[in-house]
Design a protein around this ligand. Structure first.
Ligand code: NAI
Length: 332
């Protein structure tokens, strides 16, 4: 039986993890879950929010499913999510964004993929207080990491038969850092003559995404823009409750939704587990369990299309429990 690390997170994390595990079990697939806790409570008990045992578990199992973990805002420990990605060198954050039948949105022809660089940029966490009234954060962009993520994006475009890779920066202002990312992208693009390469500034991209998202295909971005733009693109297909993601490295992969721990609805049974379930479906494909992945994917899509027991974020009135049960009923 395959062992996979599960970080069940905090906030809505435990609720949506429980739902996802139940659905996988009901599909008939047996997985030995190596459950690892992380975050605030763990920091109080073990002195660090991300103990070495979590990293060791993922290194050993190679694959993890991860629910969101809260990061204190404006103070406290460094994000567990950022640390994890850095420690395991999960350099590519892949966030597909495609309309889901049954979820009515402004546009019905969205089909793009956000490829976010996952290890550097302002997320390097190099900050200091210069004096009482001044703070500075250092934005790190390296040629190696930029070429690697752009190459990943082009490779993905080839594998998925896509036509265009858009490099998104603010190289008109951050001339050196984003300039280096863009220069790296232009170089890598030359290796993929069959894929069209386009450049766009991030502010213009945001405007065009809300006006005409269907013109975009694969987007490759430095870390911060990728983070922000992927929440925007989640909004195009029905919101954070359905937006899946994956962090991929050379050795390991961690599958997790785009959304955070949603403290505003935690513990109320209102969370939509779909984003974590879709992330788990990708994880199952990644480990070669395509049959089970397709079975779960079909069940959740049918449930949503039939507007069967939808959670509040999708316009329904059902709880996490009811939505989970509706998906389980459709597994076949
Ligand atoms: P958030 O994504 O947790 O929530 C934003 C809004 O979307 C909230 O109104 C929330 O209720 C709603 N929402 C999110 N997921 C939902 C779901 N599955 N079902 C229904 N509604 C959902 O973002 P926020 O509030 O900015 O961050 C909360 C915490 O999460 C912060 O500590 C942040 O650092 C952390 N976070 C963790 C991430 C991770 O673990 N990968 C990613 C993003 C944020």
């Amino acid at each position: 039986m395959r062992t996979i690390t599960l970080i069940n997170g905090d906030g809505i994390g435990p609720e949506i993890s429980e739902s996802t595990l139940e659905i996988i079990e009901a599909s008939g697939l047996k997985i030995n879950w190596d459950i690892q806790t992380a975050g605030q409570k763990v920091a109080e008990e073990e002195g660090t929010p991300l103990p070495k045992r979590v990293i060791d578990s993922i290194k050993k199992n190679k694959v993890a499913l991860k629910a969101p973990v809260t990061t204190p805002i404006g103070k406290g420990f460094r994000s567990v999510n950022v640390q994890l990605r850095k420690e395991l060198d999960l350099y590519a954050n892949i966030r597909p964004c495609k309309n889901i039948k049954g979820i009515e949105t402004r546009f019905n022809d969205v089909d793009l993929i956000v490829v976010r660089e996952n290890t550097e940029d302002l997320y390097a966490g190099i900050e200091r207080k210069v004096d009482e009234n001044t703070a500075e954060s250092i934005k790190i962009i390296t040629r190696g990491a930029s070429e690697r993520i752009v190459d990943y994006a082009f490779n993905l475009a080839v594998k998925q038969n896509r036509k265009t890779v858009w490099c998104v920066t603010k190289a008109n202002i951050c001339k050196l850092s984003d300039g280096l990312f863009l220069e790296s992208a232009r170089k890598i693009a030359q290796n993929y003559p069959d894929i069209e390469f386009k450049e766009i500034l991030v502010d213009n991209l945001c405007m065009q995404l809300v006006q005409n998202p269907s013109k975009f295909d694969v987007l490759v971005l430095p870390n911060l823009y990728g983070d922000i733009v992927s929440d925007l693109t989640a909004g195009l297909i029905g919101g954070l409750g359905v937006a899946q993601g994956a962090n991929i490295g050379k050795e390991c992969a961690v599958f997790e939704p785009v959304h955070g721990s949603a403290p505003d609805i935690a513990g109320k049974g209102l969370a939509n587990p779909a984003a974590l379930i879709f992330s788990a479906v990708e994880m199952l494909k990644y480990i070669g369990e395509t049959g089970y992945a397709d079975k779960i994917d079909r069940a959740i899509r049918e449930t949503i299309e039939n507007k069967d027991s939808l959670t509040k974020d999708l316009g329904g009135t059902s709880t996490t429990r009811e939505f989970t049960d509706a998906i389980i009923k459709r597994l076949r």
